[in-house]
Design a protein around this ligand. Sequence first.
Ligand code: 4AD
Ligand code: MG
Length: 466
Amino acid sequence: MTTFSTSSELGRHVGQTVTLRGWLYNSRSSGKLHFLEVRDGHGIAPCVVSLRDVGEEAFRAAGGLAQETSLAVTGAVSAHPKRPGVFELQVKELAVIGAPRAPYPISPKDHGVEFLMDHRHLWLRSRRQHAITRVRHTIVKAIRDFFDGRDFTLVDAPIFTPNACEGTSTLFETDYHGQPAYLTQSGQLYMEAAAAAFGKAYCFGPTFRAEKSKTRRHLSEFWMVEPEVAFTDLEGVMALAEDFLCFIVERVLETRRPELAVLERDVAKLEAVKKPFTRMSYTDAVAEVARLRAERTAAGGAAPAAPTAPATGEGAPEAADEAPAVERELVWGDDFGAEDETLLSQRYDTPVMVHRYPAAVKAFYMKKDATDPRLALGVDVLAPEGYGEVIGGGQREDDLDVLEAAIAAHALPPEAFRWYCDLRRYGSFPHGGFGLGVERTVAWICKLPHVRETIPFARMLHRLSP
Ligand code: 4AD
Ligand code: MG
């Protein structure tokens, strides 16, 4: 009877004969031995084919296998003589399941990033992409575990929406049985309804932004988790965001060290992500950016470099293609540009929480600061190492009259927001929450130069396929 094993479970079968099914990742030969690396999705298993064990014909066949041939290898499991924790197969039998019909297009040499993105369906098989996707999975699971463990109720938000949440300029319009509908930019408004029903709620799903941005931080379709909490304020939102990010980073460090090693991630930088995070008002942040810029100019420096990844072969991406930063004076009232965020977030080891932005640059739903109504009780959490905003959120306007005035001031259609105003009409309550973008979080934790590698099939300004 055949015992099947995955590469990750070989350690349980030492001394036994098992069959492993996968694809040929790499091979090299030395005299009477072929060393095959077989990739099975769980990992990569070294398989040793010796002329003595398999005979001449099988030995010759094993030496001529093309990259990505799918196969079944049967052999005895033993501990790798040099690499602790690694198990290898001494091959007795090798059966080809599917021989490639053409040479595999992705080779270990460097390819251009557009070529790799065009071959994303195949690129996913490579070691780096495999590691990134597994870290992403762990982050997604950590997100759910964090909220589920704190008695939040999962409340799914709709994807077809009748109105904007995050500004009308980034809406994807669709035809909904003859009436316009928009792909959701954020589930937040629905989560506010959910917070009144469940106290603590979250949604987690895809979100869409029709931004014409071509930066290393923007996707047209990305995943966002959005918790919303009743009877909390800006402070409460910041404390939740801080605990949340610590939880995610800890979980990745607990379970994904091998993947981080593949990515050559400096884990000391992640280990430094501990409470308390630096909290800084927008007003102080503007002064800090000005100081950092002056410091840089004095040192004769250029605009801050985008994070780069080590070149690891097998299609290491090119440097980020962010538009060169245009140097402009940042004055109070401006929203931060990508470069300002990069500067600020390179300065600290932990994420930085910038709070109390000018209300004029933030969304209509933000509550104004009672001590200075020019300010909105919003927070952006900037990830360290130059990654910039990963979380945006804050306290919501809970005064019906003020909210209605804000809807009018933003020229939003009042009828579309009537249900939203109902949440203030029937038992209004202080509340707040935030949204965390999964892809920006993965980019930061994996230290990737661009979000396009953080999602299996990226949707960007100029990319809808594969
Ligand atoms: O700051 P944003 O626009 O906030 C909201 O949508 C709020 N309604 C969330 C809430 O309070 N419930 O987006 C939140 C996060 C950003 O911090 C960023 O991580 C991510 O979503 N994000 C994007 N990620 C990739 N591509 C884009 N185009 C993104 N836009 C936002
Ligand atoms: Mg934001």
